[in-house]
Design a protein around this ligand. Structure first.
Ligand code: MRU
Length: 337
């Protein structure tokens, strides 16, 4: 790996009271930072994917409310802003989790709100490092690991969940390599995973979304490691659309399929995958690429942004509390205690 500074996509500028976000819509072409003053601006940045990835949007929302509090917003205004932020994206439970956690500090003053936001940020990065160590132990020597979407430093406070497992394996001396699905329609794999791994000198090869089955059949993939946006009580996993298909393919070919996610992604209040709200985004993101129309005018498109992988297809759920192995309902209940 290179000696470059660790990538942290969500920061707080205490001098100016601004939430600083690496604008992920512009990567890999341009590395530009937004400096946002209000929670309304941050909610829009979350909605438009300037910041994305379940833990990262939770951290961004926490800092957004800290910025409002430090500008003197009263408790009623903060509560309204909190609700607005929590609605910005529905599937990733980390967003609602962080908003709820920070809201509990509103009565204690702005300094306490900012302290809590820093704690959410710091705990997420620490969780990623712990998950990395636990997940790395699951990978065989020189594993060729397939990942989907971006579950890296860019999607978290830093280090990453699925990509944290990769980083930890390499740091432990296991020279694993990565195959990254491009991840239509928003290309988080091509634009973000490839960018962040290449930046850190980690070998990555890009695939189109349809290639995984063929490479699995040829025994060119040793494990699949992905992140999660919400894990239900029974172990069903919501993650970027396309994840479910990979899990089915992995099961067919006898290839381990692992999920890495912080405990803040586990939603014990949601019994199973059928109860997870799945975000539907605008059809433009499917019919247009970088401003160019790639489908005939007038043809409708679908955009479920996430799918649900049944717990039965998940070989391990790696959290900072420990690793859940099937049967996941019992294993997650044990980790919850
Ligand atoms: O729509 P996105 O880019 O926010 O979707 C992100 C994902 O699906 C990630 O895999 C998930 O949030 C895990 S991030 C550590």
């Amino acid at each position: 790996m290179t000696g470059r500074a660790p990538l942290r996509p969500v920061l707080y500028d205490e001098g100016a009271d601004r939430v600083r976000l690496l604008d992920q819509r512009l990567l890999p072409g341009r590395e530009e930072w937004l400096a946002l003053a209000t929670s309304g601006e941050v909610a829009e940045a979350i909605r438009t994917l300037a910041v994305r990835g379940a833990p990262a949007i939770g951290v961004a929302a926490a800092y957004a409310l800290a910025a409002d509090a430090r500008r003197g917003a009263d408790a009623a205004t903060l509560a309204r802003s909190a609700e607005h932020l929590a609605r910005a994206r529905p599937t990733a439970v980390n967003l609602a989790w962080a908003v709820k956690r920070i809201s509990a500090r509103f009565g204690e003053g702005a300094a306490a709100v900012l302290r809590e936001a820093h704690a959410i940020r710091d705990e997420d990065e620490a969780a990623c490092r712990r998950m990395g160590a636990l997940g790395a132990a699951l990978l065989p020597p020189r594993a060729r690991v397939l990942t989907h979407c971006n579950a890296g430093a860019l999607a978290t406070a830093g280090y990453g969940t699925a990509l944290g497992v990769i980083r930890a394996a390499i740091e432990a001396g296991n020279p694993v390599t990565v195959l990254a699905d491009e991840t239509r329609p928003f290309f988080q794999g091509a634009r973000l995973t490839a960018w962040e791994l290449h930046r850190d000198g980690i070998p990555v090869t890009l695939l189109t979304d349809g290639m995984a089955g063929w490479l699995m059949q040829r025994r060119e993939i040793d494990a699949v490691v992905v992140g999660a946006d919400r894990i239900a009580r029974n172990g069903d996993v919501a993650n970027k659309i396309g994840t479910y298909g990979l899990a089915v393919l992995a099961a067919h070919h006898g290839i381990p399929f692992y999920v890495a996610a912080p405990w803040s992604t586990v939603d014990l209040a949601t019994p199973d995958g059928a109860a997870i709200p799945i975000e539907e985004r605008g059809g433009d993101e499917v019919t247009m690429v970088a401003g160019i129309r790639i489908a005939p005018e007038g043809v409708p498109a679908r955009y479920p942004a996430f799918d649900v992988t049944p717990a039965a297809l998940v070989g391990a759920i790696v959290t900072e509390r420990g690793v859940s192995r099937p049967p996941h309902p019992e294993a997650l209940a044990a980790l919850a205690r």
